[in-house]
Design a binder for this molecule. Structure first.
Ligand code: ADP
Ligand code: MG
Length: 571
C-alpha cells in the first residue's frame, strides 16, 4: 500500500506513460492487487488488473466448487456480484477518455465458463479492467489513489468474500446450474433430444433483449399429455414437462403462435441459464445445431452431394467450393459441417431456410423432372439422417404438410401451447390422392471429413498478429474478416473472442497440422480447456488472460469454415 502511494505521488501530473511504473503486485490488506498491463494512454483499452483474495479469508466452502459444474457456477456468481458492486460503487468517469471506469466481463442470461474469475483451494481471483485517470494526458495521481485504494477495495469487499452474499442465493445459483447439467445427461439415457419444463417462460423481451418477457404478458409452457414426462433433478426434485424423443419432430401451427419462440428456446437449451431466466429447465442435447440458409457464405471442399448433385456445367458437389453460396447450397454445407463435428440434433426453422432446400412438392415434381433438379430436398434425406447416422431433427414447418409423412411427432402450437397432432396428420396424409413421390436416395452416404491446411490460416497482418472480435458476429483474423451473423447459437461476445483465440491456439500448438481433421483438432483444444481451464488459450494464462467465454466446438468450426482464405484437404 505504501509503495502504491509513493509511486502515485511521484508520477502525479506527469505524462501518462509514467503509469507504466505501476506494473506489479500490491498488498492491500485483505487482498492482493495485480496490475498486469497498463494502458498506453487514457483513450486506449483500459488497464488489466486482478484482485486475489486468499481462500481462508474469502471463506468459500470447498463444497461450493468441488466439481466443474459448481466451480463454473460459483465463478459466474462472483463475477456478477463484482459487476453489480462496481455499478453501485464507482464514482464514474474521472477525466479524459476512459479515466475512472471500472469494468468486468460478465455474463447475461447464460452461465458459461469464463476467464473473469478463478476459484481454487488457495484463492479467489477476479480479472477486471480499470481506466487509470488523467486530465488530457497528465496523470491524476490522487484520483488514481482513490480508485485503487478505496473504490476497488470496496467492490472486492462486497463481492469476493463469501460472507458478503446471502448463503441461500449462492446455493441456489449453484444448484440450478448443477440441475441443468444433470438433466442434460439424463436426456441421453431417456432417449430424448430436448426437454421443456412446464411453467417455463420462453418468449424474450424483444429482438435485442434476451431477458424474459414480463410475466403478465406471457403464457407459461405446458406439456401436452402425450409427451409429458418427469425427470429427476438432484436439487429441484421431480420436474414435469415435455420430452421430445429422438427422431423427426415437426412443429406446426399458424403464424404468430409461438413456433419460432419454442425452437429458439430449444436452440439455447444447449447452454445453462441463470435462475429466473424462464428457460433454466429447457434442456437440449449439447450437440444440437441450428441450421439455416446463409446466402453468400464461403464453402471449401465440402461434400454436399447428399443434397446437391448434377449442377449446371458439371460443377463438382463432392468437393464443393464456392465464394458465394446460394440459399440451398449454404444450408446443405451447414448440415454437413455440423455432422462432421458429430451433431446429434439438427434444428431448422422455415423462417430461415431456403424453400427449395426443404421441399419439392408434387406439382413441381411433375413439371421439373428429377434429373433436371440438382437438389435432393431435406424431406428426402431426413429419415436417412436419423436411421443411418442417428441424427435427429426438430423443425418448424407451418407452410407445407408434406413433412407429415416423414415425421415421428407432430406438435401443433396453438396460442403458445403445444398440442400433439401426430395421428391426425398421418391420417390426412394417407388419404391424400395426389401425394408427392418419394425421391429419397437409399442412403445418406458417408460424411467426408476435412483437414484444414495450416498455411491457409494466417493471423498475421504484415509482421503483427491481428486477432480481434466485435460483438456477436465479427472476427478479424489477419487480413480476413469472418462473418458469424448466421451462426445463431453464439450467445456471448466473449465466446466470439475465445473462438478467434482458439483458432490461433490450435495453430500454435500445431493441432492444425495438415493431418488432423477439424473434429480432431477441436477435440484436442477442448481437452486442454477441460484439463487446464479456459485461460489456457490465452498467451497470458497466468496473469490477466483477457475476456473469454467458452464456446462450443460447433461454433469454432463454423468460424473456421467461414474463413475465406481456408484451404482444405478432404480425408
Ligand atoms: P411463429 O414462429 O409461430 O410465427 P413466434 O414464435 O415468432 O411465432 O411468436 C410470435 C410472437 O409471440 C413473438 O412476439 C413472441 O415473443 C410471442 N410469444 C411467443 N411465445 C409466447 C408466450 N408463451 N407467451 C406470450 N407471448 C409469446
Ligand atoms: Mg416463426
Amino acid at each position: 500500500m505504501q509503495n502504491l502511494k509513493k509511486i502515485l505521488n511521484e508520477i502525479d501530473r506527469r505524462g501518462y506513460k509514467a503509469y507504466k511504473q505501476l506494473r506489479g503486485a500490491y498488498d492491500l490488506g485483505r487482498f492482493t492487487l495485480f496490475i498486469d498491463h497498463v494502458q498506453g494512454d487514457p483513450f486506449a483499452a483500459p488497464s488489466k488488473l486482478r484482485a486475489r483474495v486468499p481462500q481462508p479469508e474469502a471463506g468459500f466452502d470447498q463444497q461450493l466448487f468441488s466439481t466443474r459444474s459448481r466451480k463454473i457456477a460459483l465463478q459466474d456468481y462472483i463475477t456478477r456480484a463484482f459487476d453489480r458492486a462496481m455499478k453501485k460503487g464507482t464514482g464514474g468517469k474521472k477525466g479524459s477518455g476512459k479515466s475512472g471506469i471500472i469494468a468486468i466481463d460478465c455474463g447475461r442470461q447464460q452461465i458459461l465458463e469464463r476467464t473473469s474469475c478463478k476459484i481454487q483451494k488457495e484463492f479467489v481471483e477476479i480479472c477486471f479492467y480499470a481506466g487509470l485517470p488523467a486530465r488530457g494526458r497528465r496523470i491524476l495521481g490522487h484520483q488514481a489513489l482513490r480508485m485503487l485504494t478505496e473504490e476497488i477495495p470496496g467492490i472486492v469487499r462486497s463481492s469476493m468474500f463469501c460472507a458478503a452474499h446471502p448463503q441461500k442465493e449462492v446455493q441456489q445459483f449453484i444448484q440450478v446450474n448443477e440441475d441443468q447439467d444433470h438433466l442434460r445427461k439424463a436426456l441421453q439415457k431417456k432417449g430424448l433430444v430436448a426437454f421443456i419444463a412446464n411453467q417455463s417462460i420462453l418468449p424474450r423481451r424483444s429482438g435485442v433483449s434476451d431477458r424474459p418477457l414480463a410475466s403478465s404478458e406471457t403464457v407459461p409452457f405446458q406439456s401436452p399429455p402425450e409427451l409429458e414426462i418427469s425427470l429427476h433433478a438432484p436439487h429441484a426434485g421431480t420436474i414435469r414437462g415435455m420430452g421430445i424423443p429422438r427422431g423427426i419432430t415437426l412443429i406446426i401451427g399458424g403464424g404468430f403462435h409461438g413456433k419460432t419462440t419454442l425452437l429458439s428456446a430449444i436452440e439455447q437449451g444447449a447452454y445453462n441459464h441463470i435462475p429466473n431466466d424462464g428457460r433454466e429447465y429447457v434442456i437440449t442435447d449439447p450437440n444440437a445445431v441450428k441450421i439455416r440458409a446463409e446466402e453468400g457464405r464461403n464453402i471449401q471442399k465440402t461434400d454436399i452431394s447428399p443434397f446437391i448433385n448434377n449442377l449446371p456445367f458439371g460443377k463438382n458437389t463432392i468437393k464443393f467450393s464456392t465464394a458465394n453460396a446460394s440459399g440451398s447450397t449454404s444450408q446443405a454445407a451447414n448440415i454437413i459441417e455440423a455432422l462432421e463435428c458429430q451433431a446429434n440434433l439438427l434444428l431448422l426453422d422455415e423462417d430461415t431456410s431456403a424453400t427449395n432446400f426443404l421441399i419439392r412438392d408434387e406439382i413441381m415434381q411433375k413439371i421439373v423432372s428429377k434429373d433436371k433438379e440438382p437438389i435432393t430436398p431435406f424431406i428426402d434425406q431426413v429419415n436417412n439422417l436419423y436411421n443411418q447416422l442417428g441424427t435427429s431433427t426438430i423443425m418448424v414447418m407451418g407452410g407445407a404438410g408434406d413433412y407429415f409423412e416423414v415425421a415421428d411427432q407432430v406438435i401443433l402450437m396453438d396460442a403458445y401451447l403445444p398440442v400433439v397432432v401426430t395421428s391426425k396428420a398421418r391420417q390426412l396424409i394417407s388419404q391424400r390422392k395426389d401425394a408427392r413421390k418419394k425421391e429419397a436416395p437409399p442412403s445418406f452416404g458417408r460424411i467426408t471429413e476435412r483437414i484444414p491446411r495450416p498455411e491457409s490460416i494466417n493471423p498475421y497482418k504484415g509482421r503483427k498478429k491481428k486477432i480481434k472480435s466485435r460483438g456477436l458476429d465479427t472476427i478479424t483474423f489477419g487480413f480476413e474478416h469472418i462473418d458469424l451473423s448466421a451462426v445463431e447459437q453464439i450467445v456471448d461476445s466473449s465466446q466470439v473472442n475465445a473462438i478467434s483465440q482458439i483458432i490461433d491456439y490450435a495453430l500454435q500448438k500445431k493441432y492444425i497440422d495438415g493431418q488432423n481433421t477439424i473434429g480432431r483438432f477441436l477435440d484436442m483444444v477442448f481437452d486442454d480447456i477441460q484439463k487446464n481451464g479456459l485461460s489456457v488459450i490465452s498467451a497470458y494464462s497466468n496473469q490477466h488472460p483477457g475476456s473469454y467465454a467458452l464456446p462450443r466446438k460447433f461454433e469454432v468450426a463454423a468460424a473456421l469454415n467461414r474463413l475465406r482464405s481456408l484451404k482444405i484437404i478432404q480425408k
